[in-house]
Design a protein around this ligand. Sequence first.
Ligand SMILES: Nc1ncnc2c1ncn2[C@@H]1O[C@H](COP(=O)(O)OP(=O)(O)OP(=O)(O)O)[C@@H](O)[C@H]1O
Ligand SMILES: O=c1ccn([C@@H]2O[C@H](COP(=O)(O)O)[C@@H](O)[C@H]2O)c(=O)[nH]1
Ligand SMILES: [Mg+2]
Length: 239
Amino acid sequence: MAMWRRVASLSPLIRSSSSCKLAFLNQVAYRLNISELFTTEVNESPLTKKDLFISFVLGGPGSGKGTQCAKIVETFGHVHLSAGELLRRELISNSECAAMILNTIKEGKIVPSEVTVKLIQKEMESIDNHKFLIDGFPRNEENRKAFEKIIRADPDVVLFFDCPEEEMVKRVLNRNEGRVDDNKETVKKRLEVFYASHLPVINYYSQKGKLYKIEAVGTEDEIFERVRPVFAAFEHGPK
Ligand SMILES: Nc1ncnc2c1ncn2[C@@H]1O[C@H](COP(=O)(O)OP(=O)(O)OP(=O)(O)O)[C@@H](O)[C@H]1O
Ligand SMILES: O=c1ccn([C@@H]2O[C@H](COP(=O)(O)O)[C@@H](O)[C@H]2O)c(=O)[nH]1
Ligand SMILES: [Mg+2]
């Protein structure tokens, strides 16, 4: 009852909220296990009409997701959508969520699901291809459920790049692309968030028989030879 009173007292705030604030409130609600209260309407997406082939590409910071996605694109013609890249693009666009996204990335934390999923949805809807590689998403169970709810699709493949921490840290600190989160302090936080939130997602897809764990140590080409058969197996399949 006390919880309901607290939630009711938030209603004027909810009514006057921007979509960014609402996404933040939804994240809080999800954590309090009252996620039904604030959910935004989900409209029929043109994506539900497409014959989609979706791959989620998971792994810790610097495990080589982006590098291997580029090779998958080249070999199998999938479209690469990096959730982190979409957020970085959004933050330089000066949108209402820009400041929140910048602070979240600097802190190595996870942006509210609704913000990320809507960016992914917009991108997917604008691209004339049905094979999508979604890199760095879902990062937690809230992300996963929000994707299911908004996009109304399940992945066909979930790749997980398994890389030792020492190697991930070395790669990130040598990356030299000017990212605000490629520094010792933020990498430490990103790793903490990764260990705390990824495992339930990995377990979920493992139980569904969709998880492909890839040993992520070796040269880029050696690792791609471990990835290649995963997608080759689907090339002459039903999709
Ligand atoms: N097999 C490899 N061996 C050595 N270095 C690698 C290998 N694969 C990628 N790298 C390098 O490591 C860095 C991180 O790789 P990449 O950007 O692909 O990782 P990521 O998983 O996308 O990381 P993030 O989650 O931080 O975006 C890059 O500089 C890349 O060139
Ligand atoms: O689904 C996502 C993806 C990314 N983030 C935030 O962006 C940074 C960088 O992501 P990369 O995948 O390493 O490019 C990440 O640490 C998060 O802060 C996110 O919140 N949600
Ligand atoms: Mg990346």
